[in-house]
Design a binder for this molecule. Structure first.
Ligand code: WQD
Length: 341
């Protein structure tokens, strides 16, 4: 795989930057496209601090169809594409659906149009367990039915998967894998890169660590009257480095033509569910301090429980999450303290 060049769109983002590090450490050359709408160019320094290599970076908006075409004309040596670039705030997508449909779908189509013109193309898509909605059975397998999306964001992931599936059916030289992430948390152990939420964090773990450093007064726990053991919702929290490694394994599967069909889907999680209170307890254990929180009303749209059946990723992809919740939480806490120094 040495020196093969991989395009990572959204490569300055949370999951993207961690994947760039793992790609470089697996011997790939990386070129990043990012419009920096939800990320910072400084992340390049963090990547270099870890791997010693600064990836090629092209600041570009993938909604510009001509720019996408010009990029691929100038980069004919790309062996694969990992596509992270998208808007991802569930709540914002409800307020601004057209922004989400344009940014998450037009850009996907423009990239696939370029790939469909190549002799062979390898494509990894950033999807989400949100496509399952509230699944009927736990743990959730890839065969669980895709349910009507609860938000335009979730709908863009469902439609995105269908666009890829339909493209792979017509363009046999296009090989693709969709990775359905559960809940990515944590940061690189070096604390050189991590999550940089803009404004008030919507997700649980960054809100916890920001409360831990005193940036936030108190965490609101959105409901403790759910039909679960402690009354709070259950999710599958996966260390972002484990998730990043899954992308490298999936890409290698395509590059080595090991895929069974030219479109495959894998759940990427730990296979273990944790409640909100268990996550809070994990923080208190690793930080050695109490967290200030209070229980408030439920958040509309939250599913009660979602955690992955990871059999397919373990057996077919040959990938398994290594980190525990405490290990992931400790990396998140180390990162939060570092960026607040
Ligand atoms: C987890 C749990 C909340 C914040 C979302 C998207 C998903 C993916 C990951 C992009 C829930 C509770 C949260 C808080 C709380 N995003 N919570 N207080 O909703 O499972 O998934 O982010 O791909 O697509 O849907 O993650 O971290 O927002 O919530 O009590 O301040 O924490 O109710 O039970 P979620 P989350």
């Amino acid at each position: 795989m040495n020196n093969m060049k991989i395009l990572v769109t959204g490569g300055l983002g949370f999951i993207g930057s961690h994947t760039v590090v793992e790609l470089q450490q697996a011997g790939f050359e990386v070129v990043i496209i990012d419009n920096c709408s939800n990320s910072s160019e400084n992340v390049l320094e963090g990547i270099k601090a870890i791997t010693g290599q600064t990836p090629e970076f092209v600041k570009m908006d993938l909604r510009d169809k001509n720019a996408v075409g010009e990029f691929f004309s100038a980069h004919q040596d790309i062996s694969g594409v990992i596509h992270f670039a998208a808007s991802k705030a569930v709540g914002e997508s409800v307020e601004k659906p057209l922004l989400y449909y344009e940014n998450n779908l037009n850009t996907l189509v423009y990239i696939l149009q370029q790939l469909s013109g190549l002799k062979s193309a390898n494509f990894i898509f950033s999807s989400s367990c949100t496509v399952y909605g509230q699944a009927d059975q736990m743990p959730i397998t890839e065969e669980a039915p895709v349910k009507p999306a609860e938000s335009p964001y979730g709908n863009t992931k469902q439609i995105g998967e269908e666009i890829i599936r339909d493209s792979c059916r017509v363009y046999s030289q296009l090989k693709a894998i969709s990775l359905r992430y559960f809940n990515p948390i944590g940061a690189h152990p070096s604390a050189e890169i991590g999550e940089l939420p803009i404004g008030v964090p919507q997700n649980l773990v960054p809100f916890i660590t920001q409360t831990g450093v005193g940036l936030r007064e108190q965490l609101s726990v959105f409901g403790d009257d759910y039909p679960t053991e402690d009354g709070t919702c259950i999710r599958d929290y996966i260390h972002v480095v484990d998730l990043a490694k899954a992308h490298v394994v999936a890409l290698q599967r395509l590059l080595e033509d090991k895929n069974d069909t030219n479109y495959e889907v894998f759940n990427i999680g730990t296979g273990t569910g944790s409640s909100v209170l268990e996550v809070i307890n994990s923080f208190e254990r690793v930080a050695g301090k109490e967290l200030n929180y209070k229980v408030v009303d439920r958040r509309p749209g939250d599913v009660i429980r979602a955690y992955a059946d990871t059999d397919k990723a373990n057996k077919v992809l040959g990938w398994k999450a290594q980190s525990t919740l405490d290990h992931a939480m400790a990396s998140a806490w180390k990162w939060e303290q570092k960026i607040r120094e």
